[in-house]
Unconditional design. Structure first.
Length: 282
């Protein structure tokens, strides 16, 4: 089991929570009720620009490492949450079931292989790729974040993936093809998966809320003047910086998640593939 100081667990939770808040909100997403399924929703991006920002932030959340000097974890935000579920230093008796279940489901989603058909006219290639979703996110998130001159690493990944699927292209050809690949992943693949991704992220946010609510309830103090409040600090949160992080995190718990709990429509949770296998469970 990973052992991290309690103050770093609070920091990691705050960093992960703020990253989720930056994606799972009404500014970024449209939450649409369904007439034929009153208990389910469909989620769409507000605009193409919001979609690009969402993918860039999702890539950072899922893959970019945090500083272990800050969070105690040399890994992404999702790995920070996995470590929280293992260590439970903040509150060993608090209910972490929702958070741990949501974390495992999100990691499984990222690591599951799906198939997508790509037409790459710039290099005269048509291919069906079967790779983990995190690999598609690596391409789409970087494509949304950078111009082509900053995508040499992504191009190397494309060369490797295409080679594994029987197509030899050069590094220079892969850079030319990034526009075709990036647009397909943004406009088709991740537009389709917006519903499922939003549900997974919202479940993570609610999991953090449930895990931290008892700590908030125990530490929140109302002052004598209007709008005055404070927090009592738990053991281990014993310096100015860690107390600032704790205050910041508790304020997020006080505000609550941006989105109410919801379930995504089941027809938005299938494999994406143009052609005769489209619609198979993913």
């Amino acid at each position: 089991m990973t052992d991290i100081p309690v103050k770093q667990e609070f920091v990691g939770l705050c960093v992960a929570l703020e990253a989720i808040n930056g994606m799972a909100n009404h500014t970024m997403l449209q939450i649409l009720g369904l007439d034929d399924s009153p208990h389910s929703v469909e989620v769409r991006f507000q605009t193409r620009a919001h979609q690009a920002l969402f993918l860039a932030r999702l890539l950072d959340f899922a893959k970019e490492p945090t500083k272990d000097s800050l969070t105690g974890v040399d890994g992404s935000c999702i790995e920070v949450l996995r470590t929280v579920c293992e260590a439970r230093r903040v509150n060993p008796v608090s209910d972490a079931r929702l958070l741990c279940k949501a974390t495992a489901e999100f990691r499984d989603w990222l690591n599951s292989e799906t198939r997508v058909a790509l037409r790459l006219p710039t290099v005269d290639v048509e291919v069906v790729l079967n790779v983990p979703r995190i690999d598609f996110l690596f391409i789409a998130g970087n494509y949304a974040k950078h111009n082509l001159s900053r995508l040499t690493g992504v191009a190397r990944s494309v060369v490797s993936v295409l080679k594994q699927h029987g197509h030899a292209v050069t590094h220079d050809q892969a850079i030319l093809a990034l526009h075709d690949i990036g647009d397909t992943l943004q406009e088709d693949y991740f537009s389709y998966y917006a519903t499922w991704l939003a549900e997974l992220l919202n479940n993570l946010r609610w999991g953090i809320q449930v895990y931290l609510q008892p700590i908030f309830d125990a530490s929140f103090k109302i002052g004598t003047r209007e709008f005055e409040y404070s927090y009592s600090y738990p053991p281990g949160v014993d310096d100015e910086i860690s107390r600032a992080w704790f205050w910041r995190l508790m304020n997020h718990v006080r505000a609550g998640p941006s989105l109410a709990p919801f379930s995504g429509a089941e027809y938005m949770k299938r494999a994406v593939l143009r052609g005769d296998t489209e619609g198979q469970p993913g």
